[in-house]
Structures are given as structure tokens and as C-alpha cells.
Design a binder for this molecule. Sequence first.
Ligand code: RFL
Length: 419
Amino acid sequence: MSESQRSQLVAHDRDAAATAADAATADGTADVVILGAGPAGLVLGNLLQAGGIDCVVLERADRAHVQSRARAGYLAANTVRILEENGLAAGLRRNGQPHAVCEFRTEDGRFRLDYGSLGPCGPHTVYPQQELVTDLLTHYLDAGGRLSFETEALAVLDADGARPSVAVRTADGRQGHWQGRYVAGCDGRHGAARRSLPAGVVRHRRDHGVSWLGLLAEAPPSLDAVGYAVHRRGFAGHMARTPEVTRYYVQVERGEPAGAWSEQRIWDELALRMHAADYGPLRGGRIVQQSVVDLESDVLEPLRHGSLFLVGDAASLISPSAAKGANLAVLEAEILARALVDDLAHGDPAGLDRYSARCLDHIWRAQEFSHWMIQLLHSPPGPVGGETLFHDALRRSRLELLRTSRTHQQWFAEGYVGV
Ligand code: RFL
């Protein structure tokens, strides 16, 4: 469990098909060794496989766990494009829902913003991350892709040399090495790739001082929009996932344990902060996941160290306030896949040389927008006083601009859906 995410699964129904995983393999070789079977690792694996590149994915968890981890849901148009262009969008086309409207609720009233029709990027597609991961996994394995579940990367060795390797340990205790020409660190913020970086890597880091209780409710969405409620008791958010499941967020005190809130208290507080008395009741249901997320961001620089490349959350952690993390992960995986194919199949290393700079450009734009969203939705932590009041007045003014100015609305639409 991460230091910043005190997570408690209250009652997690694993509806994902828990089919038998391939036997874990402790030793082997592949041109590209991919660490982690999240969105980044699986998009990369699929694209390399399609490009005829020899690769393997090493995943610490078992298949059932990977397919049932509910996290993101709002996919940007660019993510959908990448999936479509690579034949990975069948499930998303079948079950994904277009989503184009935000509703902001404050003590001054509410307003809706049809961002999908305003910016150059169109609407989001709502498709739960665990379903996307299941699709990517199935496609990869059906195409003959190599993947070793329950195989934890311990360290990346000799990343500066011509033959880097990954030290691994399987769930049954065997240890060994996977050797490759390149290693793609797609193993998230606490993975082996980050731990193996040489001294001198810069980690830009920001703790926003704000925590959310993230909830998954077996309840139909209560409004046909993303709901952002700005309230003196703290932020509350509403995001549809499927016609039967909705994600909610409630801002909580830093350090609050995830299990401290009863279901009744959660629904009461959500109703209060979302002004349900004025705008209609929330549709209740069983809370099936309850975890605390401390809003933190970081960016590692550079994203390449010899033969090791950082991708997705391993490269940059972004707070979930603007729904960017999975979208960045998919974009970076596409950029790296193209560069690896150019290098390994055509002997052209230029894309690999540019990988870090290209991705950092996208990452910082996303970080900037996400940071702006955090300031729009929360008061700074600390006692209510001059500085808080000043921030609150700025926030009111920003919301008013967003309500009234088409220029601001267009800027928002581009930042919200663009990656
Ligand atoms: P993942 O998904 O964390 O996958 C990493 C994989 O690596 C494995 N692993 C290892 N394998 C081998 N050896 C090791 N040593 C390993 N260590 C870890 C893990 O088991 C896992 O399978 O990273 P990836 O692929 O970079 O994808 C990133 C996204 O998952 C993440 O950014 C998003 O979920 C963020 N996010 C959202 N992003 C969006 O674009 N739109 C959203 O609507 C959205 N909502 C969210 C979110 C994140 C949230 N949380 C939990 C912080 C909502 C929430 C609540």
C-alpha cells in the first residue's frame, strides 16, 4: 500500500474474469522488457507486438487483480484515436459513453459548461479503466504476446550498458533475470524503474495538501454531467462510470483513515456539498470502494536513462483532479512504441533520443491544467483567515469568468480534454 494512499476495499466485487494466468517466468530474454501491465505497459506491449518487436510484459500482480482495479474512466479524444488506430477500441466503441458536460455547483448557484462542443478536442469517452485494461490484456495475449503475471521486478540493472537486465522474483519465491536491449518502466510510482534511477535525476514534486475520499458506488449517476461542487465544508465531485456505477469524491482532512466514514455519513455529506436540496437528490447505493487519495504531483526529469524509459505514472504522477493520468500513460506509450519500432526495426534512434523532451512537454501542460483545477476546487489547507479569504475570492472570480466568458470556456475545454 502506498504511503500516500491509505486504501481500504470495503467490499470489492471482482467481476473481472479471473482466468488462469500464464505461469510466472523468472528468466528470459526479449528486445523490450516492459514492467507493469497497466494502461501504459499494455498499450506499449500491443503496439510493439503489432510492429513485430520482440517484447515481454512482467507484472507483479495476478490477472484477476489487474483486471479489477477500478481507477480512471474519462478518456480523451487522443486516447480514443490511439486505441482506434491500433485496433484496440472494440470494447470502448461498444460500451463507452460520450461525455461532454461539466456542472459546477457553488453557494452562488450552479452553471453547466458544454466543454465537448467548445474546444478542438471534443468530448470525453467514459469507459472504466479496468475494462480498458481487460481489453488490452485480452488483445495482447490473443495476438500471442508474452506476459508473466506474479513476477515482480526488483531492480533494473546495467541500464547504461548495451544489455540491461531486470532482476525479478516470482510469487512462488523464484528469483532470476530478464535480459533485453531496452526496458520500459511502466510500473507506476512505486515500481522498480523509479527505484533503479541513477543519482542526479530531478524529481519535481508538489503536495497540494488536499485529500479526497474516493468512492465507487453501485448507484446510477445522479446527473448527466461531471459534477464539481465547491463548498465551504470542502470539495465534492460526481463522475459517471457506467449506468449502474458512479464515482464520488469528498474532500477530507489530511490523515483521515478511509474507513472512518460510514455510508450514511458519506451520502449525507455528498448531499449537503452538492446542494441536493436545491438541485435534486442523489441516487444512493452500496459503496463498493472507499480509499483516500492525497493530491500529489511529481515529474521526473529526464525520462530516459540509457536503455531505461519511464512511462505513465512511473514518469509523472498527476493528481486525479483533471482526469489526465491514464490519458498521459497511453500517449507516452504510443510515442515510445513508435520510437522503439523505428530503432529496432529500421535502425533509426532519433525518436528514442527525443522521447523524454516530447513527453515532458505534454506532461507539464497536463500538470499546469490539473494544478489550476485544484486551485479552482479547494481552499488552501490551514486556518480560515486572510489568505484563505483572498484565495476564496479569487476562486469565486475564476468560476464567474468560467460561467460568463466564452474565451475562458474554450480555454477550459481545450485543457480539460486535451493531452
Ligand atoms: P498503473 O495503472 O499503476 O499500472 C502499473 C502496473 O505495474 C504493476 N507493478 C509492477 N509490476 C512488476 N514489478 C513491479 N515492481 C511493479 N510495481 C507495480 C502494477 O501492479 C500495475 O499493474 O500505471 P500506468 O500504466 O502508468 O497507468 C496510470 C493510470 O493507471 C493512472 O494515471 C490513472 O488511473 C489516474 N486516474 C485517472 N486518469 C485519467 O486519465 N482519467 C481519470 O478519470 C482518472 N481517474 C485516476 C482516476 C487515479 C485514481 N487514483 C486511484 C489515484 C481516479 C482515481 C481515484
